[in-house]
Write a protein that binds this ligand. Structure first.
Ligand code: PSU
Ligand code: MN
Length: 305
């Protein structure tokens, strides 16, 4: 049996020619943002990547086939479809076997990007260790994927809905380089600083790709987390986020939300509490990450020529 991976022709050409390519996830489209913000964001990130001289490759599973590079109809389906599946590492194989359609999270997108030969990937915020994980054991598959799969993930740190100190500890245990771009503090998604210092800091895209290549030359598996702070104009203060979050967390607890549903539920509750402010900031930070990911992909491409 061969694994059905279908790469969009322009993405395939870019990979074969060694020109810059950036992978993009789709769980943010299907589960992370409401319609029509989700579809606007999907298009906007693709345009951002193209403007930065790289080829965008949104990833999903469509009818049991891994698709790397999507067209407008697929993105529209993911943005509007009811009950589109959220596919992480554990779900990919059965989705393929059953011929299902689903949106890929960070972990699944990393696997598909690596299978296609793409080294750089942009998202909003990775999954991590949830608050109360000492009781719930809820730790995202994204963390272990960073330890396994050689893809650079550009995100705005970890979502403030998570336990950020524990998330950083697990990444350290797994030996994942956590690099903040251009500042000393580790960002917290909607806020530029989490109040924690970043384990590492780098200031230019060229060094980021050099670090990943050094990792590979050492025979170390896995990728890197590049944390990119949200632009100042779109930032929401951490106090404000904490205030919204307290309500969202108690609502989740009362309703017994668990498993895959936790992240989408909390993001939705915060969007409501914030009157949509969390959504507009989310859009800005994803685009900003797509831009930095493109610059890293451009630096990588220059090394191949
Ligand atoms: N970033 C966003 N919004 C999202 C996500 C990331 O701005 O919705 C998604 C990613 O796909 C990430 C997933 O992998 O949330 C984490 O889900 P979980 O906590 O269930 O592992
Ligand atoms: Mn989880």
């Amino acid at each position: 049996m061969t694994i059905p991976v279908e790469i969009k022709p322009e993405v395939k050409d870019a990979i074969n020619c060694g020109t810059p390519v950036v992978a993009l996830e789709t769980s943010i489209v299907a589960q992370g943002l409401p319609y029509p913000d989700n579809l606007e964001t999907a298009f906007e990130i693709e345009r951002t990547v193209a403007r930065a001289n790289a080829t965008p490759a949104s990833v999903a599973v469509v009818g049991g086939t891994i698709r790397v590079g999507l067209g407008e109809p697929e993105l529209e389906f993911l943005a509007t479809g009811k009950n589109v599946r959220k596919l992480s590492r554990a779900d990919l194989s059965t989705a393929i076997a059953l011929g299902e359609t689903g949106a890929t999270t960070v972990s699944a997108t990393m696997i598909c990007a690596q299978a296609a030969g793409i080294k750089v990937f942009a998202t909003g915020g990775i999954g991590g260790v949830h608050r109360g994980a000492e009781v719930s054991f809820d730790i995202s598959q994204d963390l272990r994927e960073l330890a396994e799969t050689a893809v650079i993930v550009v995100s705005s740190g970890a979502k403030a809905i998570l336990d950020i100190p524990k998330t950083l500890e697990v990444l350290e245990t797994l030996g994942v380089p956590v690099v903040t771009f251009g500042q000393d503090d580790f960002p917290a998604f909607w806020s530029r600083s989490s109040g924690m210092r970043s384990p590492l800091r780098l200031d230019d895209p060229e060094t980021v790709i050099q670090a990943q290549l050094a990792r590979e030359h050492l025979g170390l598996r896995g990728g890197m987390l590049v944390a990119n702070p949200i632009p100042e104009f779109a930032e929401i203060s951490i106090e404000t986020v904490r205030y919204w979050l307290a309500d969202a967390l108690s609502q989740a607890k009362r309703q017994g939300v668990a498993g895959k549903a936790v992240t989408p539920f909390l993001l939705g509750a915060i969007a409501e509490r914030s009157d949509g402010k969390s959504i507009s900031s989310n859009k800005v930070l994803v685009s900003n990450n797509a831009k930095l990911a493109s610059e890293i992909a451009v630096a990588y491409s220059a090394k191949l020529h």
